[in-house]
Design a binder for this molecule. Sequence first.
Ligand SMILES: [Ca+2]
Length: 183
Amino acid sequence: MLRAIKNEPINLNSSFEEPDTTGNELVTAEHWDAKISRYGKFGRKEEKPHTGDASIYLHEFWSGNINQTVDVKPGLIIAQLKYYVTTVVTKLLGTVWLDLEYLDKDGNVLSSIRTAQQPFVNSLGRWETIGVMDQIPARVGGEPVTQVRMSATINGFQEGGIMYLDDFGLFQADDAFNVPFIK
Ligand SMILES: [Ca+2]
């Protein structure tokens, strides 16, 4: 029988409360990396948090992902992100999706999953959730899975809107065959 356990995120700085201290110009929150296409920046800002004081602010953003690599064990895992798109711009064509890439100890991608793309137009002016649950295999092709690279891709902010991201968490129960419970 599945047991619900209240879990904290197993990744670091999931609420973006800690500012970057490494001089990262693509994402200014500690422990996060980013890949940007053409232009844009994941900028930490204390302006519109979902929880805590800070979130990630996007404006004049073309396309890119914010990502973090996390040690995991085999079993059930949940990734979840909160996002808010303002109603300032009437024509918003953008979407967001999540990827989970399962890595070996050397960082090679063994397998991956991707959520459907969620269009911003469905949730303007309120916090929305995108999430995914999956089962991490112990091995893929004989290679043990030891890490997950979690990423959220934001695509289509060339229209000029404003978007906030917060609480990008990865959850795994202590007993990884239980379903993680997210408060
Ligand atoms: Ca926060």
